[in-house]
Design a protein. Structure first.
Length: 201
């Protein structure tokens, strides 16, 4: 029968004594490295900082449309570009997040938190609740001091409503999509992430 190899053992007291024998500078190296790693992680991910939730977020008062995002009739008749930002303000407030409507060109704002949102796609046939699915898709980028710290693409759809007259117009059907999108955006703002894709896509 083979003899079981023996290995040198080191007691905890010996480890402690060895640490004591090290120069003072060497003893603190592991602690310093751990602290630096933690600070770097926090500094590298401002979206994860709970204190950042107290910083007001600016969003456009009127959302811009992407090219070919909506028909001329929707652009002319529906209040989606102003309705959605106002709903985001309300939903965010219920989550203790301050969102402010801004008339400024947010592309030029380099300080604080800015959420740039654009309407990518709106689809709504005439006839409201009688004519089937309505779709709304938006994209947003959250910036802090000019640096992108999160982004999302979210789509919401509404189907035929019942009774049909409860969503009679195409515009009111899109407002129902906006209600759902506002909840999504406000919830996302509680824990922003990169590359978020949500909703009925």
């Amino acid at each position: 029968m083979r003899p079981v190899p023996s290995f040198p053992t080191t007691s905890l007291s010996e480890i402690g004594m060895n640490m004591i024998r090290l120069p003072v500078r060497s003893r603190f190296v592991p602690v310093i490295l751990a602290l630096c790693a933690g600070l770097a992680a926090c500094a590298g991910d401002p979206a994860a900082d709970p204190a950042a939730r107290k910083i007001p977020v600016q969003i456009p008062r009127t959302l811009p449309y992407a090219e070919d995002a909506a028909s001329g009739a929707i652009r002319a008749d529906c209040s989606f570009p102003t309705y959605l930002p106002q709903k985001i303000v309300e939903e965010a407030a219920s989550r203790h997040i301050t969102v402010e409507l801004s008339d400024a060109d947010l592309a030029e704002v380099k300080q604080g938190r800015v959420l740039r949102i654009k309407t990518l796609y709106l689809e709504a046939s005439d006839g409201g609740g009688y004519t089937g699915e309505k779709k709304a898709r938006i994209r947003g980028e959250l910036l802090q001091d000019g640096r992108v710290i999160g982004d999302f693409t979210i789509q919401r759809n509404t189907g035929r409503s019942w009774p049909p007259w409860s969503g009679w117009t195409a515009c009111s059907s899109l407002e129902r999509d906006a209600d759902a999108l506002a909840e999504d955006v406000a919830e996302w703002l509680t824990a922003p992430q990169m590359g978020t894709r949500e909703g009925d896509q």
